[in-house]
Design a protein around this ligand. Structure first.
Ligand SMILES: O=C1O[C@H](COP(=O)(O)O)[C@@H](O)[C@H](O)[C@H]1O
Length: 241
């Protein structure tokens, strides 16, 4: 049975420090580390921390960056996950070069882009079990139980045979491109990152009653095929555990 590794921190800075340790542990073991980034509020805190505190304590040149999901907007749009990462991380860490960044083109035609990104994964990310396998998969947890860009009302996309799928946000109708569940679950280290009271109920339901919510929340389907599942939580997000 899967055993979650739960880390609880007093605030965003301590959480960022804890996650950086996981990153550095992977860098200590591997020549290159393929990391899939997420969008959302907690990664923003981590990217800011990396820019301000980790210029010299992480070997940035050995990281290759990908995304778990992207919103179908221009890269300069305020909703772009790539745009957020550029603003909070890439613009501030000169050691990261363009060659290390494989972004999802939110400005592209979504169906074509999903196929194109799947081919990017085929070309650059090592395969295990005939599926791309990331060293680190950063995951956000939406207040509605979504993760990557697979939302509860489209939960069947999680089981797509494709590496990448096209999804839609239930309220805004914004088109998204997302990794599918088989790619998420095929990672070596999967890390849910969540901060704030708004996440507390879903954190509790997913950690303590995952099976009951399997049909309801895509986040409850995160279940590593062979890797480890970490939670990086602040005290508020962990307050109901
Ligand atoms: O829509 C998204 O939201 C989730 C969670 O974001 P948060 O702001 O509620 O923490 C994120 O994982 C995903 O990448 C993003 O596109």
């Amino acid at each position: 049975m899967m055993k979650d590794i739960i880390n609880i921190y007093k605030d965003g800075e301590a959480l960022s420090e804890g996650f950086t340790k996981l990153l550095n542990d992977e860098l200590a073991q591997k020549e290159r580390v393929n990391i899939s980034l997420s969008g959302g509020t907690t990664p923003k805190t981590i990217f800011k921390y990396w820019s301000e505190k980790c210029q010299d304590s992480v070997d940035w040149r050995r990281l290759i960056f990908y995304w778990g999901d992207e919103r179908c907007v221009l890269p300069g749009n305020e909703n772009s996950n790539y745009g957020m990462t550029k603003e909070y991380l890439f613009n501030n860490v000169p050691a990261i070069s363009k060659r290390q960044i494989h972004r999802i083109h939110g400005e592209g035609e979504p169906d074509e882009e999903a196929i194109w990104y799947s081919n990017i994964l085929k070309g650059f990310v090592p395969y295990e079990n005939e599926i791309p396998s990331f060293d680190i998969m950063m995951l956000g947890l939406g207040d509605d139980g979504h993760t990557v860009s697979i939302f509860p009302y489209q939960i069947d996309l999680w089981d797509s045979p494709e590496n990448c799928v096209v999804a839609k946000h239930p309220e805004s109708g914004m088109t998204r491109i997302s990794l599918s569940g088989k790619v998420v679950n095929n990672s070596h280290n999967i890390a849910f990152l969540a901060m704030g009271k708004g996440k507390a109920e879903k954190v509790k339901q997913i950690i303590e009653q995952r099976d009951q919510f399997f049909d309801k929340y895509p986040a409850a389907r995160v279940n590593p095929s062979f890797g480890k599942l970490y939670w990086f939580l602040d005290e508020e997000a962990a307050s109901l555990l």
